[in-house]
Design a binder for this molecule. Structure first.
Ligand SMILES: [Zn+2]
Length: 309
């Protein structure tokens, strides 16, 4: 890839001692190539922002970008990295050296300071990482608190996942919490081979190594793989989607096991589309009971809270 753009942002929740950062790589057409959503121990804001920039640059390098525009909305980081400002908080200098090393690689790099609103997608990825971590902490809280969390989680929660993948696979999937407790999944994925493709929620919202780092099917109840209507299924088993001769799959699924709130929330996890049909656990293949033998992961996206605008 020749030209690409990297957005980086960090998010710090000081009260809860949590922090995270997010990066998004786009090509010259603005298409999402890769992203990351990573929680880290609470450092200074500046240090978290430096983590974001460093990871973003490493990812862009791995994507073979030859000319990269790296965008941050943090003035301190911008001055520190691009203008050689000397304001330094302890422990940040190693990270700054690593970033400078990346900048001196055999490529063209430009660091650009942008408005916070223009960096919203990377901010969402950073917050998603923090929310994920927060939920892991909350899973250790008592039963009654858990129930209260479920109650207050109800409402019109909306989420979105932008699908990026092999070759030309792309699309967007929307998730809407409905008053009867189900979640409606809708959207469109293009660039698929015609036919059926396994379609699942995977456990992790991590695309550091593309779709391969999204983990197994989301399975909080420790069951075997199955069809959406089966009693024994992974929560993440959404069956198959059908791509027409033009490679386009239109998706409209209602499911009761993929809530957007509570302890089994799918926020911060990933939606994955596979190369082959999901045999719904019935194929007799050694992988039928774990993955439906649906083959490679040709596209995926991290499920994050949807912007209200
Ligand atoms: Zn499954």
């Amino acid at each position: 890839m020749n030209v690409c753009k990297v957005n980086c942002d960090a998010s710090v929740f000081e009260n809860e001692q949590l922090a995270g950062f997010g990066c998004i790589i786009r090509d010259s057409m603005g298409i999402w190539i890769q992203g990351c959503s990573v929680s880290i121990p609470l450092f200074s804001i500046l240090c978290c922002e430096l983590h974001a920039i460093w990871r973003g640059l490493v990812m862009a390098w791995d994507c073979e970008c030859k000319e990269v525009i790296c965008e941050t909305d943090n003035l301190d980081v911008f001055l520190l990295v691009s203008r050689g400002a000397t304001r330094m908080i302890r422990n940040d200098s190693d990270l700054l050296d690593k970033i400078k090393e990346m900048l001196q690689c055999n490529w063209t790099t430009t660091l650009v300071l942008i408005q916070r609103t223009a960096n919203r997608a990377a901010d969402l990825m950073a917050k998603t990482a923090v929310f994920n971590k927060q939920r892991l902490k909350q899973e250790n809280i008592s039963g009654s608190e858990r129930e209260r969390e479920m109650e207050t989680g109800k409402g019109t929660v909306k989420a979105v996942a932008l699908i990026v993948g092999d070759n030309n696979v792309k699309g967007s999937i929307h998730f809407l919490h409905q008053s009867n407790g189900t979640t409606h999944v809708s959207g469109r994925i293009t660039g698929l081979s015609p036919g059926l493709h396994g379609f699942h929620i995977h456990a992790l919202g991590d695309t550091t190594n593309g779709c391969n780092s999204t983990g197994p099917h989301f399975n909080p109840l420790n069951k075997h793989h199955g069809a959406p209507a089966d009693h024994h299924r992974h929560a993440g088993d959404l069956g198959n989607i059908l791509a027409g001769p033009d490679g386009v799959a239109e998706i409209s699924i209602t499911d009761s096991q993929i809530p957007l709130s509570g302890v089994h929330s799918i926020l911060g996890r990933a939606v994955v589309v596979h190369a082959d049909p999901d045999d719904l656990g019935r194929g007799g293949h050694e992988l039928s009971k774990t993955t439906g033998n649906a083959g490679a992961r040709v596209g995926c996206g991290i499920i994050g809270l949807q912007s209200s605008v």
